[in-house]
Design a protein around this ligand. Structure first.
Ligand SMILES: [Zn+2]
Length: 512
């Protein structure tokens, strides 16, 4: 036996070298031959006869829309008078829409708006463009470069709450429909415009009711587009071009209350284990043991693959070979909170309550964990994992509230709705790559799951890393150029939706 050892070693080394050589060859070949997912449809130009310019009139309408203080504070607490005024303003601002025999307008849930623009071909499934009337409250008002409800224009930017969330898409889609109808054009495919009034506090009284109304009517929607992820410039590492990120899913949420009851009593004669001590150990375990990486199983991996061919090395090599490098990318993603949120179900310890007096042992301790669930996991799996990690029967788990991750909408060349969206995006943003992703926050679309299996969340404007804090934050603003793109994006989407929705390409390149 011992005499064979050198021979065995040689074989092992040779085997290893061979495997490495094969792997390297596969990696190199895939890197060089990885398919491109991008298209190049005819670009939308300012000289086009049907280009919608951000002229004085349209800008004035938009800045006026910003001046309505339609703030949502918390669930069921908003600004009803402002909403009513804003709704009236919309009615007065778009005379063609509001007088056209093709349009049916309904007020739903007292303040939300639902428009149906009748298409000429009833055999085509309608689609829906969604946005919302409300905005988040103002913080640090004194630090704004322009008053937050002014709609003031400074250096080519329109300032104010709602400019990027989401009065841009509300006004932009209305401008597109107004433009279309005033040119005497009737769309072939029926379209809905759905504007909820309490998106910022969950949409329970707006979008929820819109969803219910349409479900009761048995309406099936070909696809829904709501606010969402932007065209990111400098947001995706390894890609110099802007990336239009189309969210094909949303993370779920589960709030878990952990509760421990133990012996209370006077601080002078403590039992060995206190409620606080037991609970502290439990939350410590949760923080020390993050949920497993799901990187490579969902849209977060597709995003890299869709832009792979446009990446610089070595990103390109990694993204073209996720079959091999997923664990490595997952490890890198875990380093930063911003990327970690895309790789797994996150765990945030958000509250810890126990004790009232310095010399009294608390008989009870409670903590709350806020999990955001990766699209490829379920609420049950998350709870199961927590129980296993805590591994202590004294800690009771109770679900405070939950929303499962949204279904993943079809994407890629085999999906006609995604393809229409991608081509429209590339008409308006010819330099941009288009890629699927998912949202770590939620939109009104949570109330529309019954209506359509193709739900997309996308904002047709460019954002750089320094713009991100403006979202729900200080100095929210949109450039005039971006607002112009928003209007033209919706217009082109409506025009493109008149073409039959069919799969244009088939091929092996989709079978990754
Ligand atoms: Zn919003």
């Amino acid at each position: 036996m011992w005499t064979n050892l050198p021979r065995v070693l040689t074989l092992v080394v040779r085997g290893f070298a061979l495997t490495l050589a094969v792997l390297t060859t596969v990696v190199v070949i895939r890197t060089l031959t990885f398919p491109s997912y991008q298209t190049s449809p005819p670009e939308c130009k300012t000289t086009d006869p049907d280009f919608i310019p951000a002229d004085e009139e349209r800008l004035a309408r938009f800045t006026s829309a910003i001046q309505f203080q339609t703030v949502s504070y918390e669930r069921g607490v908003g600004t009803p008078q402002e909403l009513l005024k804003f709704v009236r303003f919309i009615q007065e601002s778009f005379p063609t829409i509001h007088s056209s025999p093709l349009v049916r307008r309904e007020v739903v849930g007292n303040y939300s708006l639902l428009y149906r623009v009748e298409g000429s071909d009833a055999s085509l499934e309608p689609y829906m463009l969604a946005s919302h009337l409300d905005v988040v409250p103002i913080t640090q008002e004194a630090s704004w470069e322009a008053p937050p409800f002014s709609g003031e224009v400074q250096d080519g930017y329109i300032y104010g709450r709602g400019t990027i969330d989401a009065k841009h898409s509300l006004m932009g889609s209305l401008e597109a429909v107004e433009f279309l109808l005033s040119r005497g054009h009737q769309p072939k495919r029926t379209l809905y415009l759905a504007f909820g009034h309490d998106e910022e506090t969950g949409g329970h009284f707006g979008a929820k009711v819109i969803g219910d109304v349409l479900t009761e009517r048995g309406e099936k929607i070909a696809f829904i587009l709501d606010e969402g992820t932007p065209v990111g410039d400098g947001l995706v590492p390894g890609v110099s071009k802007p990336v239009a990120m189309v969210s094909v899913s949303e993370k779920g949420i589960v709030g878990v209350k952990l509760k421990v009851q133990a012996e209370g009593g006077h601080g002078s004669m403590p039992a060995r284990k206190s409620a606080i001590g037991i609970l502290a150990r439990a939350v410590q375990k949760l923080e020390d043991n993050p949920h497993p990486s799901m990187f490579g199983t969902g849209p977060e991996a597709r995003m890299l693959e869709y832009v792979a061919t446009e990446m610089t090395l070595p990103y390109r090599m990694l993204a073209s070979n996720l079959w091999l490098f997923s664990p490595l990318v997952a490890w890198v993603y875990a380093k930063k909170p911003q990327t970690n949120a895309f790789a797994r179900t996150t765990t945030a310890l958000t509250s810890f309550t126990a004790g009232v007096k310095d010399n009294v042992i608390a008989p009870e301790a409670e903590a709350v964990v806020d999990h955001r669930i990766h699209p490829m996991q379920t609420v049950e799996e998350v709870l199961e994992f927590d129980r296993k990690v805590i591994d202590d029967a004294r800690v009771m788990l109770e679900v405070k509230g939950s929303l499962p991750p949204s279904p993943v909408s079809p994407h890629g060349k085999d999906s006609p709705t995604y393809t229409v969206l991608q081509e429209t995006i590339q008409q308006i943003f010819p330099d941009a790559l288009v890629a699927p992703t998912f949202m770590v926050a939620n939109t009104d679309t949570r109330h529309y799951w019954n209506l359509s299996s193709a739900i997309y969340r996308f904002n047709p404007y460019v954002m750089t890393p320094s713009d991100l804090p403006r979202f729900h934050g200080l100095n929210e603003r949109i450039s005039v150029g971006n607002y112009e793109r928003v209007m033209n994006f919706y217009y082109h989407l409506i025009v493109n939706m008149d073409k039959p929705l069919e799969v244009k390409r088939h091929g092996h390149e989709d079978e990754l």
